[in-house]
Design a binder for this molecule. Sequence first.
Ligand SMILES: [Cu+2]
Length: 450
Amino acid sequence: MTNTTKLCSSKPIVTVNGQFPGPTIVAREDDTVLIKVVNHVKYNVSIHWHGVRQLRTGWADGPAYITQCPIQPRQNYLYNFTLTGQRGTLWWHAHILWLRATVHGAIVILPKLGVPYPFPKPYKEKTIVLGEWWKSDVEQLINEATKNGTAPNASDAHTINGHSGPISNCPSQSGYGLPVRPGKTYMLRIINAALNEELFFKIAGHKLTVVEVDAVYTKPYKTDTVLIAPGQTTNVLLTANANTGSKYMVAATTFMDAPISFDNVTATATLHYIGHTVSSSKKTVLASLPQPNATLVSSKFIKSLRSLNSREYPATVPTTVDHSLFFTVGLGANPCPSCNNGIRLVAGINNVTFTMPETALLQAHYFNISHVFTDDFPAKPSNPYNYTAPVDQSVNAATMTAVGDCVSVPAYDVSGFGLVLRPYLRFGNHLIGRFGGPVDDDTCLDAAES
Ligand SMILES: [Cu+2]
């Protein structure tokens, strides 16, 4: 545990090697990575290597109770996996309860030795980890939310490499500084390590060129605003070509176009030019931030992403469909007499929600242990309805019937409460689509098009 002061308030947090964000893992494509995790805290822990394909190393993937038992206090576990067919930015995080709020860091996968990037080599690379910060203890927070059946409180601030920048109730809070040399091009490896919130990221006075998403090269896309969903990573090129006599705001701010409570505090950092002093009286150039509900900005960004689909990095996605699966991903409510409103919010896919097993799923699969999971997951929702109709936004309107571990009536494409995240979909090495909007068969493959 590391005692940490942020937002003018202190609390102990779980960290790796005392750092927040945690240490960056740097490796090359084809490297075998060995990481020994020693648990010095009172919580059970496991570490997930987010986005690593884990070919034949499922035991090293990390989700507690899914691919492994958690690492208990004073125990350790050696993760051993090979980075096959991937290069770019990924990240690692704790995969149990909410420890990932503070237990996370970057994974930088460089191309194989001698293999260039499919874009001009940047002068330098910087890692930008975006996060969410709660002044209260996150384990307590999620435990209470689970017990009461309610959604957990929104975070108190966002962070850029661990710093929120000055905020209204803590103006002394420092912000991250991004020094750049005039005329040079930098690659920012941006990671959204927030638990819940999609973030817009922008730098005042500068354009960003997206060249990679989730360790997949993309066609270069120039934009002033990047959108990044929780768990996702993106590499952007930044050319330091603005007036060197100013400082520029770097900002991360929430995208949320549903009427639910969220953290509306913008994290700010400052870009400045090395070798150029800016008088302290000169104001930082502010970024014009999208409104939180800027659906158009969000959709424009997502629709503009395309796989690189070059000779070296072809987008060889299957073009015929073997099985059609129709997934509705939603929030439901299960009866819960001891909960605040008599219900507990649960996430579900096709009316099925998840119950934490006591035997890890991969273990049950490998050793053929029955009654841990079933293999009859429905290929379509059991209660068809108009998934794209406007939904009633009140929690009580989502009346659910519990059937064992199943809940009825998840709304189309995320929830009866209008909460929609829009991560992109990957198939192997390719960007093939994205969540969001009405069902449209044609949209599934067009992100892979040339
Ligand atoms: Cu993850």
